[in-house]
Design a protein. Structure first.
Lengths: 334, 121, 490
């Protein structure tokens, strides 16, 4: 017990230190790295608190994708921040302290951490998810059955959120910057032979791992979101080592755009299909005649696939958006 | 023991406030987005700690375990994480466009440039 | 299919967005958007008809009954905002082609329509759901697409406005998330009806109070309630014209609806009125908003900014009505929510037309235009009079209802503030009228007229005229809505 406590304390200490460092440091490249450390540490804490799917997603999305986007943005802007005048920092500090104090005061009435008979644990929803889901859906990973089936509509909304972000960034940053602005970054050829070889070895395994995570989400941590980000990471690695043009040739925009839409349409299509089969929107029981559990399995498979497709395309499009905007401008300069 | 029962919540709250402070006080657009991120991750930590059961395990059903932590907070936070990265991506894209249009990523300087221009007109 | 209407109301716009991305051609994308808005209007009208007399429609998404799954609940309190959003959306569909061509680069037009579909879907999703967390998801869908739509405005200032809105809006959304989390920790449930049953046992719990506080502040940021309105004037005035109609007409209103649903439908009237002084706080904020919004509007040179500040003032009326926390006050709030949405939408539509023709939106750009565009400016006049609350306009109907509610509650100071603010509205509307009718137009040609845009503006204004003339029906529905919310969870 105390061993875990020590780990907990250590992780929280790292979190607090990196949080305060993020606030104080003005060299933004360092701050971006610290934010990655912050996300990764919080992913570890999520594991400590039994939230394995969440940890996986936070590590992939928060520590991985967000850091890539931050670095992309910093490469296009500047990396040093101006000093914050006291006129701004003092009122902000007061507001933050007051809100924090109010929350701490209020948390006194919350159920204590980890107790077994909190309202959350005793609500009938818990029993339904943890016990009945075996008969109704038959998937060991309860988070997946809640995410994809019981609360599948929320997940539909979530896919749409990612879709919205990709569409918005596409609209704002365009597909490629004007020709005069773009400097081609020389693909790292002869100087970085080791990187090229290792990348070529790793990328197939990354993609394979992504497929594994996609389809294994029923039985362990995983699912469409994590898989999509891992897939995209493979493509991002390829772009970093072999050059954006090579990546664009391998995974072109004209393929990504329809895929982005296709994932959302697949998810919604499953719902429309269940409507036409006579049930409610996203009622997977109807997808396999006679066998509701098989229907649930099919439904979850299809919607997770839709999620994976859209998330992959969205993440790659986001990366292309930032990377294609003006390579070389501002890189290495502070 | 009551102190130790709540320290998880308190640390999350402190981190939330650090993030909120960064968002409100710093003028640099990229720094604001990072602060927003810290704020959101801290909220996720608060949420997740609400579902934890002492002696439980991850909610993946297995004959070897009987007590599980509650899965619903996990589902909600999964959604919230995705929403968070979507917002970050959009915010950073805006920051890039603002830098191209104004030549700066400090909010105050950009506003001053606009005011100077409209004053000169 | 009829029983699936609640689901289709949101699903159709949600699926229209990827369809827009697939079609890519500007006209085709507009076609998808227009069909979507028409279907949304048809569905929301049908839902409206079914709930006028107090009926409640429920829909269990995924086939899982509440509280195990997500539930859509439609009663009169939802049907009104849903109808408002759909009406504005149809107007935008009429308005958009010319406005979008003028402001957005051709290769990106299909993305713009996709964002409009997403914004519509987000607003409708917030309005129709009966699940506390589902509100958050759709709040974020509407917010994200909203930021993008604002950023597409023609000046670079639009980018800054969108960024500021993004930061404040995300903080607000995260506050709502904190509130939902606290509610969940205390009850173990996310379904609004279930929560309403479990919450009364917890009155006096500090975390419950904090939960309401966070949800209230978060939604207040989204609704631009004073003093959390800082993002709004820039955002409304810089937004691309087509989006501004929907944004200004419906964006804040849906956030207010969500707040009312949480406050009365989940937490309960007793909590608002007795346990917490929230009702008094709302009344005070409403008064300050009314006065400050209208006063600052009087000093604006840019008409879109003037209209934005006017909105802050008008939202103050709605907030005051909610603060009364009784049937009359809430009825008046719903009435004004609906009427002002139409009026402001129409006014922003006219402002967009002027922007198209004169490339600007300051009062100087409006000089003498009433003589060049009499039809359009007649619509502006009617809308402006509605803002003031002149008798025979829709604005008068809702302001009169509010005045009556204030009198019966004995809130004389609020009534006085309302009268002062209406006088101020007369001033700022007067400035626009003075510029448009009584100044000389500049020499030179104005850009050609845009019939679709004028039709859209007139559609909205005519609707307000209809309400002014035949207000009893709408008032009844608003009353049913208010009673439904206050009478306890159902």
């Amino acid at each position: 017990m105390s061993g875990w406590m020590l780990i907990d304390v250590a992780l929280f200490a790292i979190l607090l230190c990196s949080g305060i460092a993020i606030a104080k440091i003005r060299q933004l490249f360092a701050v971006a790295m610290l934010s990655g450390i912050f996300s990764l540490t919080s992913a570890c804490i999520f594991v400590m608190q039994d939230a394995v799917d969440v940890a996986f997603t936070e590590a992939a999305v928060g520590a991985g994708m967000t850091t890539v986007l931050l670095l992309g943005a910093l490469a296009l802007t500047r990396t040093r921040e101006k000093l914050t005048p006291t006129a701004r920092s003092v009122p902000a500090l007061l507001v933050a302290l007051t809100t924090g104090a109010l929350l701490v005061h209020a948390s006194g009435d919350l159920p204590a951490f980890g107790i077994e008979d909190s309202p959350v644990q005793t609500h009938p929803v818990t029993e339904r998810y943890l016990v009945s889901s075996v008969e109704e859906i038959g998937v060991p990973n309860v988070v997946t059955s809640v995410l994809a089936s019981y609360r599948g509509y929320d997940t539909f909304g979530e896919v749409v959120v990612i879709f919205t972000a990709a569409v918005a960034v596409l609209m704002l940053l365009g597909q490629r910057a004007p020709r005069e602005v773009r400097e081609r970054a020389a693909p790292m050829r002869d100087r970085q032979r080791v990187l090229r070889v290792i990348a070529k070895l790793l990328i197939p395994f990354i993609l394979l791992f992504g497929l594994y995570v996609q389809f294994h989400g029923d039985y362990g941590p995983g699912g469409g979101f994590q898989a999509g980000v891992i897939f995209a990471a493979g493509v991002v690695l390829y772009a970093l080592v072999f050059g954006l043009d090579a990546a664009r040739a391998a995974v072109p925009m004209r393929a990504l755009r329809p895929l982005l839409a296709a994932g959302v349409l697949l998810y919604g299509g499953v719902g429309v299909a269940t409507l036409l089969l006579g049930g409610a929107f996203l009622d997977y029981d109807l997808l396999a005649a006679e066998d509701p559990v098989a229907g649930q399995h099919l439904g979850i498979l299809l919607v997770e696939l839709g999620v994976g497709i859209t998330v992959t395309s969205a993440m790659i499009m986001l990366f292309y958006g930032f990377a294609g905007r003006g390579i070389g401008r501002g890189v290495g300069r502070s | 023991m009551s102190l130790l029962s709540y320290y998880n919540y308190w640390i999350a709250i402190v981190l939330m406030m650090v993030g909120l402070y960064v968002v409100m006080s710093h003028a640099n657009l990229v720094k604001k987005m990072i602060g927003l991120n810290v704020f959101q991750v801290a909220v996720f930590m608060l949420f997740i700690s609400l579902g934890k059961v002492r002696g439980g395990t991850a909610p993946i059903l297995d004959p070897a375990f009987t007590t599980y932590s509650h899965p619903l907070p996990h589902v909600l936070i999964l959604t919230a994480i995705v929403v968070g990265v979507a917002t970050t991506a959009l915010g950073l894209a805006l920051a890039v466009r603002i830098h191209e249009a104004y030549g700066t990523t400090e909010e105050q300087d950009a506003l001053k440039r606009d005011d100077a221009e409209s004053g000169a007109r | 299919m009829i029983e699936h209407l609640p689901a289709l109301q949101v699903v159709i716009p949600l699926l229209a967005a990827p369809a827009c991305v697939l079609v890519r051609h500007p006209r085709a994308a507009w076609g998808v958007f227009a069909l979507t808005t028409l279907s949304a209007l048809v569905i929301s009208t049908q839902l409206f008809v079914q709930t006028i007399d107090g009926g409640v429609l429920r829909y269990a998404l995924g086939g899982w009954p509440a509280p195990f799954g997500i539930e859509y609940v439609v009663d009169a309190a939802n049907a009104l905002p849903l109808l408002l959003v759909s009406l504005l959306a149809v107007a935008v569909a009429l308005y958009a082609p010319r406005a979008v061509e003028a402001e957005i680069e051709r290769p990106r037009i299909y993305l713009y329509y996709a964002c409009l579909c997403l914004y519509l879907a987000g607003l409708l999703g917030i309005g129709i759901t009966g699940d506390a967390f589902n509100v958050f998801v759709f709040l974020e869908i509407s917010s994200l697409s909203g930021y993008a739509l604002i950023a597409m405005g023609r000046h670079r200032r639009a980018l800054l406005a969108a960024f500021r809105y993004l930061v404040m809006g995300t903080v607000g959304g995260t506050f709502v998330l904190i509130g939902i989390g606290l509610l969940y920790a205390l009850t173990g449930s996310l379904n609004m009806a279930d929560l309403a049953e479990r919450v009364p046992a917890l009155y006096g719990n500090r975390a419950l109070t904090a939960s309401l506080g966070f949800i209230a502040v978060g939604l207040a940021i989204k609704a631009a309630v004073f003093p959390l309105h800082a993002w709004q004037p820039d955002a409304y005035s810089q937004a691309s014209s087509a989006a501004s109609v929907l944004l200004a007409g419906a964006g804040a209103k849906i956030a207010i609806y969500a707040f009312v649903r949480y406050a009365f439908g989940v937490f309960g009237t007793d909590f608002i009125g007795d346990t917490l002084p929230l009702a008094e706080v709302l009344l005070t904020l409403g008064v300050i908003g009314m006065l400050v919004g209208s006063a600052v509007a009087c000093f604006q040179h840019d008409v879109k900014r003037l209209l934005a500040w006017s909105s802050i003032g008008q939202i103050g009326y709605i907030v005051a009505g909610i603060g009364l926390a009784d049937v009359q006050g809430l009825t008046a709030a719903f009435l004004h929510l609906f009427n002002h949405g139409l009026i402001k939408g129409g006014l922003f539509a006219v402002a967009g037309i002027v922007m198209l023709r004169t490339q600007g939106s300051t009062l100087d750009h409006y000089a003498g235009l009433a003589k060049r565009m009499p039809g359009t400016f007649a619509a502006l006049l009617l809308g402006g009079l509605g803002l003031v609350g002149v008798p025979l306009t829709a604005g008068f109907v809702s302001k009169w209802a509010l005045a009556q509610a204030l009198i019966s509650a004995g809130q004389w100071s609020v009534l006085a503030a309302m009268l002062v603010s209406s006088l101020l509205a007369l001033v700022y509307v007067g400035r626009i009228i003075e510029a448009a009718w009584f100044r000389e137009p500049p020499a030179g040609e104005a850009a050609p007229a845009a019939p679709g845009m004028s039709v859209a503006a007139w559609l909205l204004v005519l609707l307000t005229l209809w309400i002014a003339v035949d207000s009893a029906g709408l008032a009844d529905v608003a009353g049913v809505a208010a009673r439904g919310l206050l009478g306890g969870a159902s």
